[in-house]
Ligand binder design. Structure first.
Ligand SMILES: [Zn+2]
Length: 331
């Protein structure tokens, strides 16, 4: 975890009597009677405050939780309820997560704890609602409050997912065929849309998406190698479709040349000033940019899937949940 981030939250954790999980950056602990988990959302420069609670055996209702958020709307944003689990988004302040910590986080936490207490909620397991032996976990890129038996279920489910994942091996030949087929759809789009007289933004995007999806579909999964191979295919295919696009224009102007003759002539014309480069180069450049725009989200999703920490661990000490007396005194 980023050192700067850890340094910026340590004073907060100390003052709110919360613990810090160095690996995930999560702040957790018992705050005024509630076992809270404060998970950093770096891209949004803020935190998600999560609790698992019930009242008289019943899970929290979304309207009631939304009311809590609305009452403190200066510090709390959207909220979500999933079974016994409630996630409150803290409103970001300023340009860094650090300023959110300094300005909004304590107010948000205070509002959540005070209102849950006022409404008569108590801590429980986020899955089954049980109150005994509930621990605070980090489970596959997310925080979780789980009882022992739900924790066991999580482990078993994860083992099944892992097995499924390892079965799915990459088939590079299939991937290459998929990327080629996908890029043909992209090439067709580039040529058709250009011949209709439009700027080919969307066709570049189609090229980027189809080539990568084609690889993933026939290759089983999209690895780093797959991304590189698909990118090379895209670079070549964008160039060739642009050449063919120009060849068609050439053929339309000089019908004596067939399209494929014109296609072959393109290289000669390019090297011998036969083509207006001030038109040709920006057009090709734009096409590459749009292809990149289309490919980027698919690449980033694939990378995130690969980098997802495939881990489940307990953040708090098991004794802590059975003995809250020390914290209750402080609170
Ligand atoms: Zn449970």
């Amino acid at each position: 975890m980023d050192k700067k981030y850890l340094q910026s939250v340590i004073p907060f954790a100390t003052s709110a009597n919360l613990k810090l999980d160095n690996a995930s950056g999560t702040l957790f602990g018992n705050y005024k009677g509630f076992n809270v988990m404060l998970f950093p959302l770096f891209n949004l420069r803020t935190f998600q405050i999560s609790v698992a609670v019930k009242r008289q055996g019943v899970s929290p209702s979304l309207p009631e939780m939304q009311q809590i958020a609305a009452m403190s709307k200066k510090f709390l944003g959207a909220c979500a309820v999933n079974g016994y689990r409630v996630d409150f988004n803290v409103k970001p302040s300023g340009l860094s997560i650090k300023s959110t910590v300094n300005n909004n986080l304590l107010h948000a936490l205070e509002a959540v704890a005070a209102n849950l207490s006022r409404l008569g909620y108590e801590n429980c397991c986020q899955v089954c609602g049980q109150t005994d032996n509930v621990g605070t976990y980090f489970a596959y890129n997310c925080t979780a409050r789980l009882c022992d038996s739900c924790h066991q279920t999580y482990i078993e489910r994860n083992d099944a997912v892992k097995q499924e994942k390892s079965k799915k091996t990459e088939n590079i030949v299939g991937g290459i065929i998929g990327a080629l087929l996908g890029s043909l759809i992209g090439a067709a789009a580039i040529i058709l849309i250009s011949q209709l007289g439009y700027i080919a933004a969307i066709s570049g995007v189609i090229m980027g998406v189809c080539a990568l999806k084609g690889y993933e579909l026939l290759g089983g999964k999209l690895s780093k190698a797959g991304i590189i191979i698909s990118s090379l295919i895209m670079i070549v295919m964008v160039f060739l479709s642009n050449q063919l696009d120009w060849a068609i224009i050439l053929h339309n102007e000089y019908p004596a040349y067939g399209i494929f003759e014109a296609f072959k002539m393109m290289n000669y014309l390019l090297l011998n000033d036969g083509i207006d480069l001030s038109v040709y180069i920006p057009q090709l450049f734009l096409l590459y940019i749009f292809t990149f725009v289309g490919a980027a989200p698919t690449v980033s999703t694939a990378m995130r899937k690969q980098n997802m920490p495939d881990i489940l661990y307990r953040m708090d000490e098991p004794e802590q949940t059975t003995d809250n007396t020390a914290e209750s005194v402080i609170n």
